[in-house]
Design a protein around this ligand. Structure first.
Ligand SMILES: C[S@@+](CC[C@H](N)C(=O)[O-])C[C@H]1O[C@@H](n2cnc3c(N)ncnc32)[C@H](O)[C@@H]1O
Length: 274
């Protein structure tokens, strides 16, 4: 949703892009005339690739490798952007273990540090797996899947994406024309491993706190759990005024170009002068 992002933030002086990824939004903002973009990402690969892409902007671009809940931020930016979730670079790299369509190690760590999905799948109790699948995957078949994981990991740990996808498919079956049965399990694990909801819930108030009066925050979400957090925060934070009375969705053409954009929802708010 680059057009909307540029419409909302393209006239700013200093923008913090909390989810730099491949640097597409940062590049569009710099091209639109934003004086300075600080690009945060916890993925070292994203920082490296985006820094190469944006090198021509010199010191108008500064990369920060950190989680956005704790990244050092410039004082009083007049724009903050979140484009949550995964980049296609992460999703399409089999070695990162994010995709049930690609065979790879069960990793899923955006930062490449800490507990991986393999650790969670092989160590969590059945009850914890059940809670995780229900809470972060909104998975109807959570009980069956949790039981199947615990059974499957007993002789030998589950180590790869395709092993896990097979266990889930074996537990709930696969129906033609329906999304892959492991989709919600993978979503749940990814959210848990990367503490995605805590990250967002901690970072939004921080962003609202440092925004200059008249500054804008723009949030693009890809699933209902993070969208609920963003929607609520933007509505309830007294220092903000919502700009998107109706949530913005990608156009058909955008979805055609990038099918993963289908679920995207963009919300924006402006800091009211004190
Ligand atoms: C959808 S991509 C962003 C794509 C980017 N807007 C572009 O135009 O290329 C999301 C990025 O945010 C990063 N990310 C997600 N959660 C994060 C967090 N809590 N802290 C820092 N980076 C995060 C991911 O590593 C990923 O690179």
């Amino acid at each position: 949703m680059v057009r909307e992002v540029v419409e909302l933030l393209g006239d700013r002086k200093v923008v913090v892009d909390m989810t730099l990824g491949g640097g597409g939004h940062a590049e569009a903002l710099l091209q639109a005339g934003v004086e300075k973009v600080v690009g945060v990402d916890r993925d070292p690969v994203a920082i490296e690739l985006a820094s190469e892409r944006l090198a021509r902007f010199g010191d108008r671009f500064s990369p920060v490798r950190a989680s956005f809940s704790e990244a050092p931020l410039p004082p009083s930016p007049d724009g903050v952007l979140y484009d949550l979730g995964l980049s296609s670079i992460q999703l399409e790299d089999a070695d990162r273990g994010f995709s049930y369509r690609l065979s790879g190690p069960l990793d899923m760590r955006m930062s490449r540090e800490g507990e991986s999905a393999m650790d969670v799948v092989n160590r969590a109790s059945e009850e914890d797996l059940l809670r995780l699948l229900r809470g972060f995957g909104e998975e109807r078949h959570a009980r069956r899947i949790a039981q199947a994981i615990v059974r499957a990991r007993t002789p030998r740990p589950i180590e790869s994406t395709d092993e896990l996808a097979r266990v889930v498919t074996g537990a709930v079956g696969r129906r033609r024309g329906h999304p892959h049965p492991a989709r919600r399990t993978f979503q749940a694990l990814r959210i848990a491993v990367n503490r995605e909801l805590e990250e967002l819930a901690t970072s939004l108030p921080r962003a609202a706190g440092i925004l200059a009066p008249g500054g804008r925050v723009v949030v693009i979400t890809y699933h209902s759990l993070e969208d609920r957090i963003a929607k609520r925060f933007l509505l309830e934070e007294p220092s903000l005024r919502v700009l998107t009375k109706k949530v913005r969705r990608p156009t058909e053409a955008e979805v055609k170009r990038n099918p993963r954009a289908r679920a995207a929802k963009l919300r924006a708010a402006e800091k009211v002068p004190a």
